[in-house]
Design a protein around this ligand. Structure first.
Ligand code: FAD
Ligand code: NAI
Length: 463
């Protein structure tokens, strides 16, 4: 047996690297195994960060070309340089992943390079070397979900990874799956000139979202030129030199039609990735979707083995993985780490953005909870008007009896930043009245949150 550690974390994504740093802060001797050439996992390398870099770049182009004239800023002959846009994205990723390497050095976390397996509880094997570990945290993340009949080659038929690397704007991009990846990356390529068609199995986009929000989101994206084929499923994809022919059927059955695409983005969800760890051999229990089963303290059924992030149940979000990483490290240090799953925001970084936290109206109705709704449109917000970004609204749901905030759903400019206020309010168990009585700077988009909170009590001031 080679060196021994208090904790070995497998996977250096937002769950794993944050867990390793927190454990080191708490005095543990920590190693983190990562098989990728760089740290940061899906999120920093091929997920959150590169997608946001391209979203920002393409939004700058869109704004300059189509929106600035409204403000009296006249720019002639606006073009873009895709190679530069992609190179910039690479620079952003590189700076971020190097940042994690710096943090590992600063916190004395050892990076074990290579693919890990767990030959036995208390042991982690990397290459030919086996290390001893008092505790092991599995943070191996997730991978794109495959679809029968649609074979990914990352050139003509791509996952998000290939869609972030395209060297040419496709004439027609067909996206399979109207979820977060499809709408964010569909927006990027639509802004750069692609015709974009989204094929979605269900009758609405981002189905986990509040229905009213989802419907308005669809209208806003349709106005931007994205086409939707809802209640439809792709049954096959035939590749040829000049593109891909998709066969599409109504989800409920019926006559098939074909759709020609230059590039197809398969984005129908992600699934837990635990391949090569040897979990079956040592008896770590997994559910029917391959996720590692854990208790409320991230412990698996095998003593000394824990799991966090996309590899376990729950929202597949970087900040959820990070919260779990911190909580798991604190629990291992004998503290009381805890994650409040009711207050984890979800954001779609399109323009306008969509942000959600807590329960939707549909969920509250299903649970039989009586609630009040406060809604405020951005058309009535002075700052949104000054910006020229008036699409969307803020909706706050509060318990009818106690006024405690149970959920909030925002479509609008900077919704992802606005939702943070509600996250803090919910962490503190705040009522809508608490938010309504808090002074919000004028003129700010945040005033729409205050007004929605006032509207819960039927007394919005500006509508
Ligand atoms: P991961 O980040 O997947 O990291 C797991 C790591 O483990 C990987 O680096 C992998 O190489 C490594 N690994 C796996 N097996 C082994 C092994 N046996 N040995 C060694 N190493 C191993 N979330 C957000 O919150 N906001 C966003 O804006 C956002 N945008 C996204 C955009 C895209 C295109 C995608 C695909 C995802 C996005 N996500 C976003 C989701 C987010 O990336 C994930 O929720 C997050 O990365 C999960 O973190 P994790 O640590 O659990 O796993
Ligand atoms: P998703 O779960 O968000 O959406 C998948 C969509 O595909 C759903 O609407 C589903 O109904 C649909 N679908 C499923 N099977 C289908 C089929 N056969 N044909 C047509 N449609 C089908 O998954 P997505 O977009 O792949 O993203 C994966 C994960 O990555 C998400 O869980 C998300 O949390 C995370 N992510 C988060 C981001 C963010 O926070 N901004 C950005 C990108 C990804």
């Amino acid at each position: 047996m080679s060196e021994s550690f208090d904790l070995i974390v497998i996977g250096a994504g937002p769950g794993g690297y944050v867990c390793a740093i927190r454990a080191a802060q708490l005095g543990m001797k920590v190693a983190c195994v990562e098989k990728r050439a760089t740290l940061g996992g899906t999120c920093l390398n091929v997920g959150c960060i590169p997608s946001k870099a391209l979203l920002h770049s393409s939004e700058h182009f869109e704004e300059t070309k189509h929106k600035l004239a409204d403000h009296g800023v006249m720019v002639e002959g606006v073009t873009y340089d895709l190679a530069r846009m992609q190179a910039r994205k690479g620079e952003v990723v590189s700076a971020n992943v190097k940042g994690v390497e710096f943090l590992f050095k600063k916190n004395k976390v050892t990076w074990l390079k290579g693919a890990a397996s767990i030959p036995a509880p208390g042991q982690v094997k990397v290459g030919e070397t086996t290390y001893a570990a008092k505790n092991i945290v599995i943070a191996t993340g997730s991978e794109s979900m495959p679809l029968a009949g649609v074979e990914v080659d990352e050139k003509q038929i791509v996952t998000s990874t290939g869609a972030l690397e395209l060297e040419k704007v496709p004439g027609h991009l067909v996206v399979i799956g109207g979820g977060v990846i499809g709408l964010e990356l569909g927006s990027v390529w639509r802004r750069l000139g692609a015709e974009v068609t989204v094929v979605e199995f269900l009758d609405r986009l981002v189905p986990s979202m509040d229905t009213e929000l989802g419907k308005q989101f669809e209208r806003v994206l349709a106005k931007q030129g994205i086409k939707f084929k809802l209640k439809s499923k792709v049954t096959s994809a035939q590749k040829a030199d000049d593109g891909v022919t998709l066969t599409i059927e109504p989800a409920a059955g019926g006559a098939a039609e074909t759709l020609k695409a230059d590039v197809v983005l398969l984005a129908i969800g992600r699934r837990a990735f635990t391949e090569g760890l040897g979990l079956k051999e040592i008896g770590v229990a997994q559910d029917e979707r391959g996720r590692v089963i854990t208790d409320a303290h991230f412990a698996t059924n095998i003593p000394g083995i824990y799991a966090i992030g996309d590899a376990i149940a729950g929202a597949m979000l970087a900040h959820k993985a990070e919260e779990e990483g911190v909580a798991a490290a604190e629990i291992l240090a004998g503290q009381h780490g805890h994650v409040n799953y009711n207050a984890i925001p979800g954001v779609v970084y399109t323009w306008p953005e969509v942000a959600s936290i807590g329960e939707t109206e549909e969920q509250l109705k299903a649970r039989g909870v009586a609630y009040n709704v406060g809604k405020f449109p951005f058309t009535a917000n002075g700052r949104a008007r000054a910006m020229g970004d008036v699409d969307g609204f803020v909706k706050i749901l509060a318990d009818k009896t106690t006024d405690r905030i149970l959920g909030a759903h925002i479509l609008g400019a900077d919704a992802g930043t606005l939702i943070a206020e509600i996250a803090v309010a919910m962490e503190f168990g705040a009522s809508a009245e608490d938010v309504a009585r808090t002074s919000h700077a004028h003129p700010s988009l945040n005033e729409a949150v205050k007004e929605a909170a006032l509207a819960v009590g039927g007394r919005a001031l500006h509508i």
